[in-house]
Design a protein around this ligand. Structure first.
Ligand SMILES: Nc1ncnc2c1ncn2[C@@H]1O[C@H](COP(=O)(O)OP(=O)(O)O)[C@@H](O)[C@H]1O
Ligand SMILES: [Mg+2]
Length: 240
C-alpha cells in the first residue's frame, strides 16, 4: 500500500530551487534511503512532506489524500513523523517528558496515557532512567530520544534525518537493527537520510538520489551506487 506520494514537488527559496519537480512514493513496510550531496535538498524535502514549509508547486498525498497545504500538526496527527537533523530537546523537560510531547500534541492523549505510551516506547528502544535531565544523556540516548519522540506520534510514515551522525560503529549497528525492528513491527514506511553509505546499504530496500533538488536516480542501493550520474554527482558535489 502506498503511504506517501509526491508529484512534481518543488520548493524555491528566492533564486534557488531547493527541491525541483520530485515525484516519488513510499510504501508500507519499506525503508527508503534519501541520498545526495550536501545541499541536494534532502532536508528541504522532509520539511515539505512533514509540513514545516509549504511547496511552491506540486502535490503531496498521504494514503491517497491530498495534504499538499495541510499544516504540520495535522499531518503529525494523520501519521507523518520525522526527526530533526539538529536535535533541540525541550530543556525544561526531562527524557520521558520530551518523548511524551509528541503523544500529547499530535495524538491528543492525556498526560497519564502519554506517559504510559512513552514508557513502552523508551523500553523498546533501550532507554532507561527516564526522569533524567536531557543534558545527562549520551549521544546515542539523545538520538534514541529523538526517535522515541517521533514514534510517540504513532506514525505510519517516519523520516529520519541523519540520525546516525556522530555515532560510533557499534552504536550505528545498534541503531540500524533498532530501526529495522521498529519499521517491521509497526509496518512503517521509513525515509532515511544518511551520509554513511554503509548505513544506507545495510538499512534500506531502495534509494532515491537527489542532486541540486532533482531526483536523478532511483533503485536498490547496489544498482544506484553504480550509476555514472550518481557517482558524478557525489564527485562533483564534494563531501558525500
Ligand atoms: N530556509 C531556507 N532559505 C533559503 N535557502 C534554503 C533554506 N533551506 C534550505 N535552503 C537551501 O536549499 C538547498 C538544499 O538544502 P537542504 O535541503 O538543507 O540540503 P541537504 O539536506 O540535502 O543537505 C541548499 O542550497 C540550502 O542552502
Ligand atoms: Mg540535511
Amino acid at each position: 500500500m502506498i503511504k506517501l506520494k509526491t508529484t512534481n514537488l518543488t520548493r524555491r527559496f528566492l533564486g534557488l530551487v531547493a527541491v525541483n519537480g520530485v515525484s516519488f512514493s513510499m510504501a508500507e513496510g519499506e525503508i527508503l534511503g534519501i541520498i545526495g550531496p550536501n545541499g541536494a535538498g534532502k532536508t528541504t524535502f522532509i520539511n515539505l512532506v512533514s509540513g514545516i514549509i509549504m511547496p511552491s508547486e506540486g502535490k503531496i498525498e498521504f494514503k491517497g489524500r491530498d495534504i499538499t497545504y495541510m499544516p504540520a500538526h495535522e499531518r503529525a496527527r494523520l501519521g507523518i513523523a520525522r526527526t530533526y537533523q539538529l536535535i533541540h530537546p525541550l530543556e525544561n523537560l526531562n527524557l520521558i517528558e520530551n518523548v511524551m510531547v509528541g503523544s500529547i500534541f499530535a495524538k491528543g492523549n492525556n498526560l497519564r496515557e502519554a506517559r504510559r505510551r512513552a514508557e513502552v516506547i523508551c523500553a523498546e528502544l533501550g532507554l532507561s532512567n527516564l526522569e533524567r535531565d536531557t543534558s545527562k544523556l549520551t549521544i546515542l540516548e539523545v538520538k534514541k530520544m529523538e526517535i522515541a519522540r517521533a514514534l510517540a506520534n504513532e506514525p505510519e510514515v517516519l523520516f529520519l534525518d541523519e540520525v546516525m551522525a556522530g555515532l560510533n560503529a557499534d552504536e550505528t549497528k545498534d541503531l540500524i537493527a533498532m530501526v529495522q525492528k521498529i519499521a517491521k513491527e509497526r509496518k512503517l514506511a521509513v525515509g532515511v537520510v544518511e551520509h554513511v553509505m554503509g548505513v544506507i546499504r545495510e538499512l534500506t530496500n531502495r534509494v532515491i538520489v537527489l542532486e541540486a533538488g532533482e531526483l536523478i536516480a532511483e533503485g536498490p542501493y547496489e544498482e544506484v551506487s553504480k550509476n555514472p550520474r550518481v557517482i558524478e554527482a557525489y564527485l562533483g558535489g564534494g563531501a558525500a
